[in-house]
Write a protein that binds this ligand. Structure first.
Ligand SMILES: [Zn+2]
Length: 266
């Protein structure tokens, strides 16, 4: 698995497309209002959770300030990890009930709109409102910049995306949100949170699991192409074969070991 290298021009384009609208929306939510979309697609929190959404959003802003993060959508990997661990600790200790968590996610997902990036739309702020408009900066462009053709988790499934003459893509590139939307909807548009992954790994294996970067490969920082050290507990691997952390070595290694054992036992 090769390290994902992200170029400065991609970060700049991404920031230009989303940063202004996102910061406007965050401020609005922190003040207890909805996301100010101009399209009529207003996503105001339900009354009973507006205070929770505001509290959640204020925490985001506080941590951005503490870690000197000017833009959530274009922050670098190490900043994101610092932000995530501090936020995760706070979120788990807050004790939001399920209904509130869902409402928070709904509102924040409207602002950090991953679908808009997938479909090639960017934010523009007009008269204090966020407007979505067509853009030639979309997820496929990012995938092309990363120059990745195989899933970053299993190193086996293909990842690809195709567009035809700028129209909606017939095949969309699958990306996993390394830090899941369930807990971190504010990272829905963060480039370094998007990991090219095949459908099986993205939807079937990882899903919305929370990955600790100390335990699971995070390829914006880790590089297994040039340097790799693996400790294998075969018994554990067999009983927990769904762990993506070892997915790339689990299957070939198990078959190699099984073959070797057969040969050794004669
Ligand atoms: Zn995969």
């Amino acid at each position: 698995m090769r390290k994902l290298s992200i170029c400065k021009s991609a970060l700049k384009r991404h920031e230009k497309a989303y940063a202004e609208g996102v910061s406007l929306g965050l401020e609005s939510l922190a003040n207890g209002h909805g996301v100010p979309f101009a399209t009529g697609n207003v996503n105001a929190p339900d009354e009973f959770t507006a205070a929770s959404v505001a509290k959640y959003t204020r925490k985001i802003l506080e941590l951005m300030q503490r870690f000197n993060i000017p833009s959530l959508v274009s922050m670098r990997p190490r900043k994101m990890i610092k932000f995530v661990s501090a936020f995760h600790f706070w979120y788990e200790s807050e004790g939001f009930d399920d209904a509130t968590r869902k409402e928070i996610k709904k509102v924040l997902s409207a602002l950090f709109n991953y679908e808009s990036f997938r479909d090639g739309k960017k934010y523009k702020v007009v008269d204090g409102k966020i407007v979505l408009e067509q853009s030639n900066w979309r997820l496929q462009n990012y995938l092309a910049r990363l120059n990745v053709r195989y899933c970053c988790y299993c190193n086996d499934g293909h990842v690809y995306g195709r567009t035809y003459n700028g129209e909606d893509p017939a095949i969309r590139s699958p990306f996993d949100h390394y830090f899941p939307n369930r807990i971190f909807p504010m990272l829905g548009l963060t480039l370094v949170n998007l990991v090219p992954a095949c459908h099986d790994c993205n939807s079937g294996r990882k899903g919305d699991m929370y990955f600790d970067t100390a335990l699971y490969a995070y390829l914006y920082l880790d590089d297994f192409h040039n340097e790799c050290s693996i400790n294998v507990d075969l018994k554990k691997m067999v009983s927990n074969s769904s762990y993506i952390k070892v997915a790339s070595v689990t299957f070939p290694l198990l078959s190699i070991v099984a073959t070797s054992l057969l040969i050794a036992r004669g």
